[in-house]
Write a protein that binds this ligand. Structure first.
Ligand SMILES: NC(=O)c1ccc[n+]([C@@H]2O[C@H](COP(=O)([O-])OP(=O)(O)OC[C@H]3O[C@@H](n4cnc5c(N)ncnc54)[C@H](O)[C@@H]3O)[C@@H](O)[C@H]2O)c1
Length: 246
């Protein structure tokens, strides 16, 4: 029996990268998973998971769509125990030429999208005695680096949002924690980033980039009862890179 047997989870960004890997680890450990994405690739994820996983199309920047996905989890499986806010977008460029529309889109998806996920997860989790939220921030949300302005600002917002939910939702036995990846080899962002900046991918004490599955394993632990007293923490998943930058 897996250590998430009977738990119900919603995973955003489940069509690719860390979202797909997280959905896979959660299902392996017995969780019932609603896999969402904007791309359509969540259907393939669910086909690969088999079992009772369900796919849902969702643009996380639209609150009504996020709310509907939470309702789907409750309708289908009776409750919600774990909200994995993985979906995000990346873009680089100097801040002095950043267009308002590009900043807005970054904040809409990376910050507001995760906020909607956490907000509606709390609504559902309150009804059944608690749960756990995991938000994907980034090392960029903790430490600034050249040309990552809009992305870094959105991910720093996720850091404070995570801590704010930890404080406000703790009374409902809902925990809120964040994963702050360094460079993880994912189809969408990580492999491209590793190619563009190989020194970022390997310039950490372990000398290699991370794997999507390694994020999935951490997330599975964080939403499990094994992490029952962990609330409001930000965990770098970076092979120790942030120790060198500090
Ligand atoms: N890969 C890395 O090195 C790295 C590093 C730090 C942080 N992160 C963060 O980790 C998370 C996962 O990244 P990844 O590398 O697995 O990315 P990825 O591009 O492989 O997957 C992201 C998924 O999110 C989906 N998505 C994008 N916009 C969406 C929207 N509006 N609504 C719903 N789904 C949407 C995409 O379709 C895609 O399937 C992101 O939040 C990213 O910012 C990644």
């Amino acid at each position: 029996m897996g250590f998430l047997e009977g738990k119900v989870a919603v995973v955003t960004g489940a069509g690719s990268g860390m979202g797909k890997a997280t959905a896979t680890v959660l299902a392996r450990e017995g969780a019932l998973v609603v896999a969402c994405d904007i791309s359509g690739a969540q259907e393939q994820t669910v086909a690969e998971l088999g079992g009772q996983a369900v796919a849902a199309g969702c643009d996380i920047s639209d609150e009504a769509q996020v709310s509907a996905v939470i309702d789907l989890a409750v309708e289908k499986f009776g409750r919600l125990d774990a909200m994995l806010n993985v979906a995000g977008i990346g873009a680089g460029g100097p801040i002095e030429t950043l267009e308002a529309g590009d900043l807005q889109r970054m904040l809409d998806v990376n910050l507001k999208g995760m906020f909607f996920g956490a907000k509606h997860a709390v609504r559902a989790m309150k009804e059944t005695g608690g749960g756990a939220i995991v938000n994907w921030s980034s090392l960029a949300g903790l430490i600034p680096s050249p040309n990552s302005g809009a992305y870094a600002i959105s991910k720093a917002g996720v850091v404070m949002m995570t801590r704010q939910f930890a404080v406000e939702a703790g009374k409902y036995k809902i925990r809120s924690n964040a994963i702050c990846p360094g460079v993880i080899l994912t189809e969408g962002m990580g492999i491209a980033a590793a190619k563009a900046h190989p020194e970022r991918a390997t310039g950490n004490p372990l000398g290699r980039a991370g794997l999507p599955e390694e994020a999935g394993e951490l997330a599975a632990f964080l939403v499990s009862d094994r992490a029952a007293y962990i609330n409001g923490v930000l965990i770098p998943l970076d092979g120790g890179w942030s120790c060198m930058l500090a």
